[in-house]
Design a binder for this molecule. Structure first.
Ligand code: PEP
Ligand code: MG
Length: 571
């Protein structure tokens, strides 16, 4: 979902004022509106004269904020709703409320007690790894709303908007993002946040141009006119007419793409490249099935069970998978077995304390500890597949060796499922793809993890974003090895990581022998358009140019020179 960017504003005629990391490829021009700062607990807040009354005030403030978030969740779309629900749960945490009450009893003022208790929880989250650390913003947002209630002042947020607005904030909490007035908000710029923060996830879902990690964003003047360009990670203050025109015509061209081409993905010469959707929740599936996609290239099944305390039963899984398969009629659905561990912890498949969870027991490796989980899941997939007409393919995450690939294929077949594949996310799997492709029916490259492992860069580390770029020639070399292996044995090799959603990179991938591209459905029209304007020979020339480049930025620049100019305009 997030695109790591070069720092040069290639499409602008003005010097970028600020730079950051773009989410997606959108661009917009609008007026700066900064998110109102939250009220702080007074430094010298006195102890509560009546601790029982203070407890009651704090409890009712927690309850009010929790209910309000739940009501907003009910009115929001799936991914936003899930984020708001999770934030609402934070505002109902009995441990947190008890901590506040303890502090009030000890003589701390009520607003200060809320502040201190929440900060204590934030420290625990920050120490629990990057995934939980990114939830700290959500928890601080809950605190700000509760403190506002305790103090009897308005909750933080945006004023009423009247013109095209770019919201600028230190960071956005889910509640802020979910309540954006989409009639007027045309973009988002934040100083903090990372490519995997909620701001980024929700902006991608809303298809709003967005930049995160923009140093100095809060120095932008209120009401200043700015042009933002997520494709290049730039913010320009007071853009000249040429830049405005360029940005607005790009936005128009992008919107027109949605209707310009449709149907199955094909290169200019007619070579098929399947365009598929990445899905997680059942609601995602139902929404994605209505889009012009050829099926599902990645069904992240662990997303269904992120909140489950105990392992889902076979019956529960059959219900969920049946709904997903049914939604896609007779199209293809590639189901990934549970990818638990590291950034996706599941309570019912707990990890031991590990120094490096991303290098530990995760994905298929969990089968060493919890073999029943995989058998139950395969059984449920098989039953749901039997009850529906979708073409169900199954693949495992984090396969590293030929032995693992063989054992997985046998397990899948033993449950009567005919098509078994593997993800290529570990460099070892890409390097040994030629051997593995003899065993599996297909492969799908997870460029998010493949990039993290190839570049030895934690995928949650916003600070190292330029290393975590699938345009890195080393990553492309690994993809090339997998693509060539697929070609040699005549079996499909797709890409289902975020790289597939970058239209220029998608062309490079096809040139490397990739046969399908799976992404968030909002990304499909731009990729379909880029493919329709590029023949396979040009894709191959692009792939060679990108691999021959010294670094990611040079590779991208070389590919931009080879692409049909209309494609560049539409990016
Ligand atoms: C990937 O690693 O690229 C991938 C598709 O899997 P996930 O993002 O779910 O780890
Ligand atoms: Mg992965």
């Amino acid at each position: 979902m997030a695109t790591t960017t070069s720092k040069a504003a290639k499409s602008s005629t003005a010097t970028p004022t600020l730079t950051g990391i773009g989410v997606g490829r959108g661009s917009a021009v609008g007026s700066v509106v900064k998110l109102a700062a939250a009220a702080k607990a007074p430094v010298d807040e006195p102890a509560a004269a009546d601790t029982a009354a203070a407890d009651a005030l704090v409890r009712s403030s927690f309850q009010y904020v929790a209910t309000n978030l739940r009501v907003r969740a009910a009115a929001a779309q799936a991914a936003t709703a899930a984020v708001l629900e999770a934030t609402s749960l934070m505002a109902q945490d009995p441990g947190l409320i008890a901590d506040v009450e303890r502090r009030i009893k000890a003589g701390t003022g009520p607003a200060t007690a809320v502040d201190q208790a929440v900060e204590g929880f934030c420290k625990i989250l920050e120490a629990s790894g990057p995934y939980l650390a990114e939830r700290v913003t959500d928890l601080r947002d809950v605190r700000d709303r509760i403190v506002a209630h305790v103090l009897g002042v308005p909750e933080p947020g945006l004023p009423e908007l009247r013109k095209p607005t770019i919201v600028v904030a230190t960071d956005l909490a889910p509640a802020d993002t979910a309540s954006l007035d989409l009639e007027h908000v045309v973009g988002i710029v934040t100083e903090l946040g990372g490519p995997t923060s909620h701001t980024a996830i929700i902006a991608a879902q809303l298809d709003l141009p967005c930049l995160v990690r923009v140093d100095g964003a809060m120095t932008l003047a209120e009401d200043a006119t700015i042009a933002i360009d997520a494709a290049h990670g730039t913010v320009v203050v007071d853009p000249d007419d040429t830049l405005r025109e360029a940005i607005l015509s790009r936005a128009k061209a992008r919107a027109a793409l949605k209707t310009a081409t449709g149907g199955a993905g094909r290169t200019k010469g007619g070579q098929s490249v399947q365009l598929l959707a990445n899905i997680g929740a059942v609601e995602d599936a139902e929404r994605a099935a209505k889009e012009d996609v050829e099926g599902v290239g990645l069904f992240r099944t662990e997303v269904l069970f992120l909140d489950a305390a105990t392992a889902p039963t076979v019956a529960d899984q059959v219900t969920a998978y049946t709904k997903v398969f049914k939604a896609f009629g007779d199209r293809k659905v590639v189901v990934r077995t549970l990818d638990a561990g590291a950034d996706k912890p599941l309570a019912f498949a707990p990890s031991e304390e590990e120094e490096n969870p991303a290098l530990g027991v995760r994905g298929l490796r969990m089968d060493r500890r919890f073999p029943q989980l995989l058998d139950d899941q395969l059984e449920a997939i098989a039953q749901a597949a039997k009850a529906t007409t979708a073409k169900v393919w199954v693949m495992a995450p984090m396969v590293s060796t030929v032995h693992e690939a063989r054992a997985f294929v046998q397990r899948v077949r033993s449950h009567g499922l005919p098509v078994a594949g593997m993800m290529v996310e570990v460099p070892a799997a890409a390097l040994r793809a030629r051997h593995m492709m003899d065993i599996v029916d297909f492969a799908s490259i997870g460029t998010n993890d493949l990039t993290q492992y190839a570049m030895a860069t934690d995928r949650m580390a916003g600070e190292l974003a330029e290393l975590l770029d699938p345009w890195q020639p080393a990553v492309l070399d690994l993809i090339a090895a997998a693509g060539a292996a697929g070609k040699a044995v005549g079996k499909p090799v797709g890409v289902c990581g975020e790289a597939a959603r970058d239209p220029l990179l998608a062309l490079v991938l096809v040139g490397l022998g990739i046969t399908s591209l799976s992404m968030a459905p909002a990304g499909v029209p731009a990729v379909r358009f880029a493919l329709s304007r590029t023949d396979i020979e040009t894709c191959e020339a692009m792939a060679a140019a990108a691999r021959n480049a010294e670094d990611a930025a040079a590779g991208r620049a070389a590919v931009e020179k080879l692409v049909d100019p209309e494609v560049l305009l539409a990016l």
